[in-house]
Unconditional design. Structure first.
Length: 899
RNA sequence: GGGGAUUUAGCUCAGCUGGCUAGAGCGUACGAUUCACAUUCGUAAGGUCAUAGGUUCAAGCCCUAUAAUCCCCACCA
């Protein structure tokens, strides 16, 4: 006896995963390396291949609940397509996570009493490399525990040589195309981490602040940053502002200094805000920077990168910006320049990692001119070359690209890909360019044409390298395009639509001339059970690994996918995992029952049980049905021959077919939750509760085998472990379910299947009536009487078993007992007079409720427009329903009059 | 300021192209049960589909407005 009485995931999961991995099942069957193409240059293998890449988790981190969702989604897609016969390539990855890892490392360094400034860049890089190597591997184990069927030998690390190579190639191409420029611009600079960020990495938070009013001679300006006044180069007023029109062009005295600055006219000044006059500090404010550009103003930097004051009167030199503000305010007040002070709320830029207020800082950085890249991306997006789930994100993305500003790709952290640019060290070599591209970033200095060049110390923004992800993972190259590029789908979090998806599209198009993926599926945040964001400080973080350990990997996957749709931030609770666990256990026990039947059948004498007891005497088919699979295609798969003997069997075939079609549609449209819902109901409510119950009487072992295989394979994409565990325990299956074929449709008699629906209605109505009778254990007390009803007569055993009534007899004479509320069947519960009387109220209520339904239907038919305009089949259905309800009411009334 | 969403049972969510009595899981109540499964089986209660108008033979779904909640982008001297 292989099947224990309940499914224990821990006993199977690790072994099963190891067996899959060593069997090679995770690897694509069609070669990933290019082969000779046809003369037309088209790769015929494309349609056979299914490719998807994993958004690389942090190499030295642990997986969180979002990764759990990611893997559940991507692996379900992968497994489904594998079963569908595609050569699937699910490519795993690991992220060096430039800034994230750097922050963790620097913290560790500081804990040991060191600072980054004790080491040079190459030393730091090597140290972080070791640090990551030491911590690495956890997340890969966790991906395995989640069942990710990815091709491990193709794991791509974001610092792999081919990645760096490809990134350098793109950068060189951009440099040659003039898309890269070095500019002194204002950048978001974190004084704590000493690095700049791209706009997208900045976190804006609304905070209380103070708006000070300071007199510059005749004009009063409003500012939140008085300490930057030493960097002021002008005062701007709105050209439309009557109050100041006459002052435009005049010079005023800059307080606390002996400098004079000009009053200029610029739209930037909002007459309604503050005093309507604004001081212009191009070196420390993004808007002012632009004003400065428009008016050709100088930039005076007064706060250094370390946060201390420079280029200011001696009194303030070396103070931190904070100290300086205090001192400036005091001096302004003392000297009568401070005219007002207001409390306001304004949004302040913060470092997304440490929360430090970012300082807009003037810095020379590498930028990508994104105009052309964005325009190309927009063109392809508008051409609908990428299908989005949810669909609205396409518009959101286009909207973003239309307003995209140039992209700062320089980071001042050592942990990352070195920017392959070298600066001329010898000023006297005037004919040589100031900057040259060179791949030899392992060298600090190089020589070219006899001139010495020094390596730029900065590294790339990680989004610049990860925007190559589909290209580098599939090993695409100009010479050898692979059939796995573009990816079939890019699945990732909706929160990185701009940071990542947008950039993959721009870079993908730039490098390959093709969109990097055909579809995008974006998942939302996993919220806690109350719909709140998970965070360490709130203490509501759920660790996916805990749930996997407690309920099994399948239960987690089913639970996290349940009730989830694309792009939405949705709640998650342990309850849904429990529901998933229950389904796994149910399936386990279904299989146990079936295996028992098979075992008994092989032991016992020839086919007595499998043919079953026929009390309808109408075995129709003795010939096994062939399900149409190509017999030569696989060794094991002489398709299981099966046949249907009765209407329950026809019915389950019909229901399974419907279920398969629904799943196929759901997977095409990425409706995972609905696919699971369908499976849940088919397996539990239909297969177990109805079909298997009938099979306790009529045993059809070939069909039991066939149908069990069907549901196992259909559920496999979502619950890979339990379905494989069962597959391995069943006596007749061979090989792995992971590499099975998606089931073909079953063949059945549709009329017979429909008859079973009637039987379900009869059984349900009997059950309802029994429940509503006074007393308990009614099912055991009262028999059932029927009159002139072949459906009942042919299925006495079945109805008896399903309703649990002690006996069923023909009526033979006048109606007696309690009529079951069915229009088309003469069925009575053989209850004593007394009980019938007690049922009177319930019967009256039943008549009334059917009457209300009938009224509604009649109302509809009375409307001439409905009869005229509604589709014919609807009108016919309404007519039929009316007839049926009328008949039912008549019969119930007749019953009532008897009481 | 610009953009995107959400609102359906106690809770979390489905409901596709408008069409039968609006569904599921969990929770609740009542009942059952000796051998596939208490991680079980059966039955039931529970809905103003946010609100107000409109279109339509027909609206949870389409249109208009309103309210509440949430997210993103830009800006806030």
């Amino acid at each position: 006896m292989k099947f224990a009485s309940s499914y224990e995931p821990n006993q199977y999961e690790a072994d099963i995963y190891a067996a899959w991995e060593t069997s090679g099942a995770f690897e694509p069957t069609v070669p990933t390396i290019p082969i000779d193409n046809n003369a037309d240059g088209k790769d015929d293998r494309k349609g056979l291949c299914y490719s998807i890449v994993m958004p690389p988790p942090n190499a030295n981190g642990n997986l969180h609940i979002g990764h759990g969702l990611t893997i559940a989604l991507e692996d379900s897609l992968t497994r489904y397509n594998r079963l569908k016969g595609k050569s699937t390539w699910y490519i795993p990855g690991a992220d060096h996570a430039g800034f994230e890892t750097w922050v963790v490392y620097e913290r560790a360094l500081e804990a040991q009493g060191h600072t980054r400034f004790e080491f040079d860049r190459d030393e730091l890089y090597a140290r972080v490399w070791d640090f990551v190597a030491m911590q690495r591997g956890n997340m890969e184990l966790q991906l395995r525990a989640l069942g990710a069927s990815c091709s491990w030998k193709d794991l791509t690390f974001t610092l792999d040589e081919n990645v760096i190579d490809r990134v350098y190639t793109t950068f060189e191409k951009m440099w040659n195309d003039g898309l890269i420029y070095r500019g002194e611009k204002l950048v978001n600079f974190c004084p704590k981490h000493q690095t700049a960020f791209a706009d997208i990495e900045v976190e804006h938070k609304d905070e209380p602040g103070t708006l000070w009013e300071i007199a510059y001679d005749d004009i009063i300006v409003s500012t939140t940053r008085p300490e930057t006044l030493f960097g002021d180069v002008a005062i701007a007023v709105n050209p439309e502002d009557e109050r100041y029109r006459d002052l435009i062009g005049k010079h005023v005295h800059l307080p606390l200094t002996d400098r004079e600055i000009e009053i200029i006219a610029d739209e930037h000044a909002d007459p309604a805000y503050g005093t309507g006059a604004v001081k212009i500090t191009p070196a420390h404010d993004f808007d002012d920077f632009e004003v400065g550009e428009r008016h050709n103003l100088p930039r005076i930097q007064v706060i250094a990168e370390d946060g201390t004051m420079i280029n200011v009167p001696e009194k303030y030199l070396g103070l931190t910006a904070k100290e300086c503000r205090k001192q400036v305010l005091k001096d302004l007040k003392d000297q009568g320049f401070l005219k007002g002070e207001k409390n306001i709320t304004h949004s302040v830029a913060h470092c997304y990692k440490c929360g430090t207020v970012l300082e807009p800082t003037l810095k020379e950085q590498w930028f990508i001119d994104v105009k052309k890249l964005a325009a190309t991306a927009i063109k392809h997006l508008e051409n609908n070359e990428i299908k989005f789930h949810p669909a609205n994100k396409q518009k959101v993305l286009i909207n973003y690209l239309e307003n995209l500003k140039d992209w700062n790709i320089s980071r001042q952290i050592p942990w990352g890909i070195a920017i392959p640019m070298f600066k001329k060290a010898d000023e006297s070599a005037t004919d040589e360019p100031d900057w040259i591209f060179d791949r030899r970033t392992n060298l600090k200095t190089i020589e070219k044409s006899g001139v010495k060049y020094v390596r730029d110390e900065d590294t790339f923004d990680t989004w610049f390298s990860s925007s190559h992800w589909p290209i580098v993972c599939t090993d695409w190259s100009e010479e050898n395009p692979t059939p796995y590029y573009p990816l079939n789908v890019m699945e990732t979090g909706a929160d990185i639509l701009f940071a990542w998806v947008a950039r993959m599209i721009m870079v993908g198009l730039y490098v390959t001339d093709e969109v990097p993926f055909k579809e995008v599926y974006l998942h939302g945040l996993v919220l806690d059970e109350h719909g709140k964001k998970m965070s360490k400080s709130k203490g509501n973080v759920i660790n996916p690994m805990d749930l996997v350990a407690k309920y099994g990997s399948d239960a987690f996957r089913l639970g996290i996918l349940r009730g989830r749709s694309a792009g939405m931030n949705q709640a998650f609770s342990e309850n849904s995992v429990i529901a998933g666990r229950n389904l796994c256990n149910k399936l386990w026990n279904i299989s146990r029952l079936i295996q028992n039947v098979i075992d008994e059948n092989t032991k016992g004498s020839e086919n007595v049980l499998s043919r079953g007891i026929s009390d309808n005497g109408s075995l129709r088919s003795e010939e096994p049905r062939n399900d149409g699979r190509d017999e030569a295609s696989r060794e094991r798969s002489i398709p299981l021959p099966y046949y249907t003997n009765n209407m329950g069997e026809d019915w389950i075939c019909r229901e399974l077919d419907t279920c398969l079609v629904q799943i196929e549609n759901d997977m095409k449209t990425y409706r995972f939750a609905e696919a699971i819902e369908t499976l849940y109901q088919t397996i539990w409510d239909k297969y177990a509760d109805w079909f298997l119950e009938t099979q306790k009487i009529y045993r059809n072992t070939p069909l039991l085998k066939k149908t069990l295989e069907t549901i196992l394979i259909a559920l496999h994409p979502f619950a890979p472990f339990v379905t494989e565990a069962i597959w391995q325990n069943l006596s007749w299956t061979e090989g792995f379910i992971i590499t099975e074929k998606w089931p073909e449709k079953l063949i059945y008699d549709p009329i017979s299947a429909e008859n079973f629906e009637s039987l379900i209605t009869i059984v349900s109505e009997v059950r309802t009536t029994l429940q509503s009778l006074p007393g308990t254990n009614n099912a055991k007390k009262y028999g059932l009487l029927y009159d002139n009803d072949s459906l009942v007569e042919d299925n006495l055993l079945l109805i008896k078993a399903l309703t649990k009534v002690p006996e069923i007899n023909a009526l033979n004479g006048a109606p007696r007992g309690l009529r079951i509320a069915l229009a088309n069947h003469e069925l009575y519960l053989d209850v004593p007079e007394k009980v019938v009387n007690e049922y009177k109220d319930a019967l009256t209520e039943k008549i009334l409720s059917v009457g209300r339904e009938l009224d509604a239907l009649n109302q509809r038919m009375l409307n001439p427009n409905y009869v005229q305009k509604a589709p014919e089949h609807l009108v016919k259905e309404t007519k039929d329903a009316i007839k049926e309800k009328e008949a039912l009411i008549d019969r119930l009334k007749a019953q009532l009059s008897l009481i």
